[in-house]
Design a binder for this molecule. Structure first.
Ligand code: FE
Length: 175
């Protein structure tokens, strides 16, 4: 198979996963209104504490390639923290296999842990999910999981997360 065909197939997969979006006024209310991120670093500082791939996704709103992330098929009990600041964002209880190639959760650990913001980049209408504590990009949320309790799918980059197994040690921060 030629590379162009492979790329086309990957593109269709992504489009297939992102065809439905969260409409305005539906789902959790954006929690970041009126509140600035509580962890503020300069971009130079972020570059020092994050890997190049983490920096690209978390601070430059990048997306890891589908099916390449560390936690796509992780279903062990535990907590998922923000890889940038350690904010506890999701738990394994709400994680499910969406088949889209990125970790999927039907709910955040608590509504105020994430901020939801309309995102019109790349010619699409989506809702971006960022960490409410440090403002880092996590992924997007879609209303396309009717088989899940909330009907919603938080589509989150593995590289934006740090998995802490149940009973494990919390992420130590470089401060
Ligand atoms: Fe964070």
């Amino acid at each position: 198979m030629s590379w162009s065909l492979i790329l086309l197939a990957m593109g269709l997969l992504v489009l297939g996963c992102e065809r439905r979006v969260v409409g305005e006024g539906s789902g959790p209310v954006a929690s970041g209104e009126g509140g600035e991120p509580k962890v503020v670093r300069s971009e130079e500082e972020w570059r020092k504490v994050l890997s190049p791939e983490q920096y690209r996704v978390l601070r430059q709103k990048g997306t890891e390639r589908a099916f390449t992330g560390e936690y796509d098929h992780t279903f062990a009990p535990g907590t998922y923290e923000c890889a940038a600041c350690g904010n506890e964002l999701f738990t394994s209880d709400t994680k499910f296999n969406s088949g889209c190639g990125w970790p999927a959760f039907y709910a955040a650990k608590a509504g105020d842990r994430v901020t939801l913001t309309p995102d019109y980049s790349h010619g699409m209408t989506r809702v971006e999910v960022t960490c409410a504590r440090c403002g880092s990009h996590l992924g997007h949320i879609f209303n396309d999981a009717p088989d899940q309790p909330t009907g919603q799918r938080y589509c989150i980059n593995s590289v934006s997360l740090k998995f802490v197994p149940a009973g494990g040690e919390a992420l130590k921060h470089k401060e």
